[in-house]
Design a protein around this ligand. Structure first.
Ligand code: NAD
Length: 734
């Protein structure tokens, strides 16, 4: 076997070291999946082996789960054969079952993170020891890519911790730190770092010496499901309440969630062998849904490619930014300083006054302290990271920086002044990046003496949590600057997309259409609660009015004013601009001052009563009326999703974006575009271009030109093309 090494000691305990050659992390590749049955067979049949400890040979972790690229290959490409898929799924599930029923004691020495199929491997052992290291996570996160655990996880975790806890962990993809995993009953023992193999061997030795057979609790006659199964009065509650809760979370958009519940419900009523077959059946069914395929493609495969620099210009030597200056130590600047310090980059944090710079550094300190208290940093590392950030007002300290990022006020003159002062200190070839959220990069670059090194590096708020960074090219931005900006984003472990200059760039521009469609509905007389509920039903994280409050109404108001100034006669006010203006002038700025479409001084928040005067609901459409209620709701959902997708298509035609991977992942990570679709381009492809154009034409005729599709879509529809078929993966091949 190439992925597993077996050493049998004098006591007859086999130490199985899982170590996939040539990879920094173990995953369940097709080669590993092929070898696991062989490994199990050897353990079972070799008389010299009395028991086995399974551990990892990687410093990075035990196993990060299935290699989705390998596993889903055939299915994703559309050549999915149900029987073949089932057989492949069952091969692994069946091998894990053979391991736990081989009669010999098996222990897992978990010396690093174990996620998805990695954790499922260990659940098939009779005993689990994990090392006490808070960097270790144990979890079943498959739901995040539209799947659920298919290596026995739905059955074993449920039998270990009960339906309610298991469903919560699996439906949210939540992971556990070692001590929490022990508390929850997922592992048996937590030991100091480096001690897991020894502890696992000790357990096996005890078991062998006492002559006890190793049997999983669920294979004992006396086994009872913790908390009760479906025919237990308490157990049935879990399914009734659980169903309602899952529906509330997912609005029926994710087949994985429903199939997960079915696998648990049906599986807990039968013995393990049958339960595992039920799981495989539902797993394969889920894997074949368009939702899972689109989510795996965008959230796993494309993400992996972009995270490895798929869109980085080839031919520019790789750079490694060591010192980066951030100017403007406000909310964004401080967040940027934190993420880059964490990545080991020396950081100069500049503001107008020492007090403001110190305040920014205090924010970095607060975030680092959180990591320290969670055990994710040692005191020594904490001190070093905090020490790597210098708060100052002195522009001289910029000298030697590989990159400067400005995050000062959103004002052209201030940004121009900062650009000139920073560039005076920068060596040739160092890059200047602007974190502007609205000002076109080409215009800002006019203040620069070397616009080829000027670029937009757009972070999202809160910087420490949001995974996307949008790189924006000005007209004169050079290839070297793009490569260096990407090297920086990859170093701080965020996902980059590269877009061309446009008002609002890609993400803000398309996201704003979601807010604006909500405003249009408000103007038409739909009730605010209905609008936000429908927004959530589409799969967006929140409704358009709630999200408008989050973004800040005064920001929306300021952007509208600036756009009016910039565009002059060509300016067309967006939907509901009057309502927003009146609200802002009346002191309602959104969530940030507790007053927006909602009042935030109550829990839960309540719709602001005054809204009914500013935007009266129209009788008959404030709530959907029978007999067309469902059709009305569908129409509103369609409007919210199509409006965004049409804007994405326009961006494509204008050359703002040109890679489906970036367009899709940028939309999901940047503004929360309904993940079940795989992103707006997958959404259009999934509906089919002809059908999409037909529906958009109908919407345009009914509601206005904002739904008018670009010519590109008509041409593609006429030729029967798709975006992924025609354009992917464009830049990687270039
Ligand atoms: P902020 O008001 O919190 O911080 C701005 C900081 O810049 C302040 O600390 C201010 O003192 C400092 N500053 C102003 N002029 C300066 C100068 N001449 N020299 C040095 N420092 C100066 O604002 P923010 O929300 O952090 O936004 C900063 C930038 O990031 C803006 O361009 C904004 O559009 C952009 N942005 C904001 C968000 C967001 O959600 N807030 C998201 C993406 C991008």
């Amino acid at each position: 076997m190439e992925n597993f090494k077996i050493d049998v000691d004098a006591d007859g305990i086999a130490l199985v070291t899982f170590d996939v050659p040539g990879r920094s992390m173990n995953t369940l590749t097709s080669s590993v999946m092929k070898e696991i049955p062989e490994l199990v067979e050897r353990i079972k049949t070799d008389d010299a082996i009395k028991g086995a400890v399974i551990t990892s040979g990687k410093a990075s972790g035990f196993c990060a789960g299935a290699d989705l690229g390998d596993m889903a290959g055939g299915v994703l490409s559309g050549g999915g054969d149900l029987q073949k898929a089932f057989d492949a799924g069952w091969k692994l599930n069946g091998a894990f079952r053979a391991l736990e029923t081989c009669g010999k004691p098996i222990a897992a020495a978990i010396n690093g993170l174990a996620l998805g199929g990695g954790l499922e491997f260990t659940l098939a052992a009779h005993y689990r020891v994990v090392e006490n290291d808070n960097k270790i996570q144990l979890g079943l996160p498959e739901i995040k890519v539209g799947l659920f655990p298919g290596g026995g996880g739905t059955q074993r975790l449920t039998r270990l911790v009960g339906v309610q806890n298991a469903m919560m962990a699996m439906s949210e993809g939540k992971s556990f730190r070692p001590n929490d995993a022990k508390g929850a009953g997922i592992v048996h023992e937590v030991v100091e770092k480096g001690q897991s193999v020894e502890a696992a061997k000790a357990w096996i030795k005890g078991k062998v010496e006492s002559g006890g057979k190793a049997v999983q609790p669920w294979d004992e006659k006396s086994f009872k499901l913790p908390g009760g199964g479906p025919y237990h009065p308490a157990g049935i509650q879990n399914f009734m309440v659980g169903n309602a809760m899952l529906r509330k979370q997912s609005y029926g958009n994710y087949p994985a969630v429903v199939n997960l519940m079915k696998a648990v419900y049906e599986g807990t009523q039968v013995p393990m062998d049958a339960a595992l077959r039920i799981e495989t059946r539902y797993f394969i069914k889920t894997l074949m849904t368009p939702q899972a395929q689109a989510m795996i493609r965008s959230l796993f495969l494309s993400k992996q490619e972009l995270d490895k620099g798929a869109v980085r210009p080839a031919g520019v030597p790789k750079s490694d930014p060591k010192k980066v200056t951030v100017i403007g130590a406000g909310m964004m600047g401080a967040g940027i300083a934190y993420v880059q310090a964490l990545a080991g980059i020396e950081t100069i944090l500049i503001d107008q006054t020492q007090e403001a710079a110190d305040k920014g550094k205090a924010h970095v300190e607060e975030l680092l302290k959180k990591r320290l208290s969670r055990g994710q940093l040692t005191q020594e590392k904490y001190d070093a990271l905090l020490g790597s950030v210098t708060a100052t007002t002195d522009y001289d300290l910029i000298k030697g920086s590989d990159l400067v990022i400005e995050a000062v006020f959103e004002n052209r003159e201030i940004k121009a002044d900062v650009t000139r002062r920073a560039e005076a200190q920068l060596a040739e070839g160092a890059v200047f990046g602007s974190n502007t959220s609205t000002l076109p990069i080409t215009g800002l670059a006019e203040a620069s003496v070397r616009p080829e090194d000027f670029i937009g590096i757009h972070f999202f708020s809160p910087v420490d949590k949001m995974m996307l960074v949008e790189i924006i090219l000005g007209e004169k931005t050079g290839q070297a600057a793009i490569a260096k900006a990407l090297d920086y984003v990859l170093k701080i472990k965020k996902t980059p997309i590269v877009v061309n200059d446009s008002r609002g760039f890609y993400t803000s521009r398309c996201f704003s259409t979601f807010l604006m469609e909500g405003m249009a509905m408000l103007e038409e007389g739909y009730g605010p609660a209905l609008i936000d509920n429908v927004g959530r039903m589409t799969g967006m994280p929140r409704g358009p009015l709630e999200m408008h409050d989050d973004v800040a109404l005064d920001l929306s108001y300021k952007i509208a004013k600036q756009t009016a100034l910039d565009l002059g006669d060509k300016y067309v006010p967006s939907e509901g601009a009057d309502i927003v203006a009146k609200m802002v002038e009346g002191g309602r700025f959104g969530r940030k001052n507790g007053k927006g479409f909602y009042d935030y001084d109550t829990k839960p928040k309540t719709i602001w009563k005054g809204l009914s005067e500013l935007a009266p609901t129209t009788k008959g459409i404030d709530q959907p009326e029978e007999p067309t209620a469902f059709a009305q709701i569908d129409e509103l959902k369609t409007r919210l999703l199509y409006r965004q997708a049409v804007e994405v298509a326009r961006c494509w035609e204008e050359g703002v974006i040109d890679d489906p991977r970036e367009a899709d992942l940028g939309a999901i990570l940047g503004w929360g575009f309904a993940p079940w679709t795989g992103g707006p381009i997958s959404f259009i492809d999934g509906i089919g271009l002809a059908k999409f154009v037909e529906t958009a034409d109908r919407l345009a005729a009914t509601y206005g030109d904002r739904f008018k599709v670009p010519q590109l879509l008509r041409d593609m529809a006429a030729k029967g093309e798709t975006f992924y078929g025609k354009f992917s993966p464009q830049k990687a091949a270039a």
